[in-house]
Design a protein around this ligand. Structure first.
Ligand code: B12
Length: 221
């Protein structure tokens, strides 16, 4: 069967919340050499984003989106995980810790879950603060955990001001001689922004781009 058809079937299975067939199709694709990056972008992410129109302030089909999200998570955990790199680092070096969370006002977690899996696969210790996280909590957790990075997810445009606050809070703490903590942002709401607009060090277009960024600043694998 042609790859395009298989991807199309996978998208449909995820959108329909057909977890069993989404898992089987993904096994088949990855087993035949299709890259895991392609599966995540062209299959899973595309499936969820196709529900865009069903998730607005006016129209909100919660059940359908939740079922699709559950199928996507199942594919990530049961299939994609086996094809991600296996970190050889039992105990990540200091600085190779990232504090991750969805910013205050945002409850979207699927993309953050993908980021978390990829970071772990690349030898990072990930402290996941969950969703709807206050800007100060990111900074406090990073300091307590000795993290080199804060990763903030934002899919809701209204949450952008809270992202800016992270560095402002960090800069207040900085004055006490605390170490540098880079802020990395990702998510649909901020793709048109520039790092300066958000007061962050980098805006990742997806989870793989985040790993490339970390490699470029010298802490990836
Ligand atoms: C699924 C979904 C939901 C689910 C979330 C389930 C869950 N457990 O996460 C549910 C149903 C709960 C939901 C709720 C709402 N949603 Co919604 N949702 C979506 C939808 C359809 C898909 C998002 C998704 O999961 N994509 C798949 C993942 C894999 O992709 P991703 O998130 O982009 O993540 C990738 C990258 O962006 C990046 N990334 C993401 N985070 C991070 C973080 C870091 C550090 C890094 C490096 C990278 C990174 O890496 C990921 C993997 O490559 C989007 C549509 C869209 N176009 O995105 C709307 C969307 C985000 N939702 C929207 C809205 C309006 C809502 C609601 C307000 C609706 C309502 N009427 O109540 C609520 C409440 C939101 C709130 N307060 O947070 C709007 C936001 C509009 C805006 N710009 O402000 C969107 C854009 C839909 C639309 N067209 O209007 N939603």
């Amino acid at each position: 069967m042609k790859r395009e058809t298989e991807i199309h079937q996978l998208i449909k299975a995820v959108v329909d919340g057909e977890t069993k067939s989404a898992v089987e199709l993904s096994e088949r694709l990855l087993g035949s050499g299709f890259p895991v990056e392609g599966l995540i972008h062209e299959g899973l992410t595309a499936a969820l984003r196709s529900l865009d129109a069903k998730c607005t302030n006016e129209e909100f089909n919660l059940l359908e989106i939740m079922l699709a999200g559950r199928s996507m998570m199942a594919v990530m955990d049961k299939v994609a995980a086996k094809y991600l790199p296996h970190s050889s680092t039992a105990e990540p070096a200091p600085g190779r810790t990232i504090v991750l969370g969805a910013i205050k006002g945002d409850i979207h977690e699927l993309g953050k879950h993908v980021v978390k899996m990829l970071m772990k696969a690349n030898g990072f210790r990930v402290i996941d603060l969950g969703k709807d996280v206050d800007p100060a909590s990111f900074v406090k957790a990073a300091v307590v955990e000795g993290a080199g990075y804060i990763g903030v997810s934002s899919l809701i445009t209204l949450t952008i001001p809270y992202i800016r606050e992270i560095r402002e809070i960090r800069e207040i703490l900085y004055k006490d001689g605390l170490p540098d903590i880079k802020v990395l942002a990702g998510g649909a709401a901020i793709q048109q922004a520039r790092p300066d607009d958000l007061n962050v060090d980098y805006i990742a277009k997806d989870a793989f781009d985040a790993i490339h960024y970390l490699n470029s600043v010298g802490v990836g694998v």
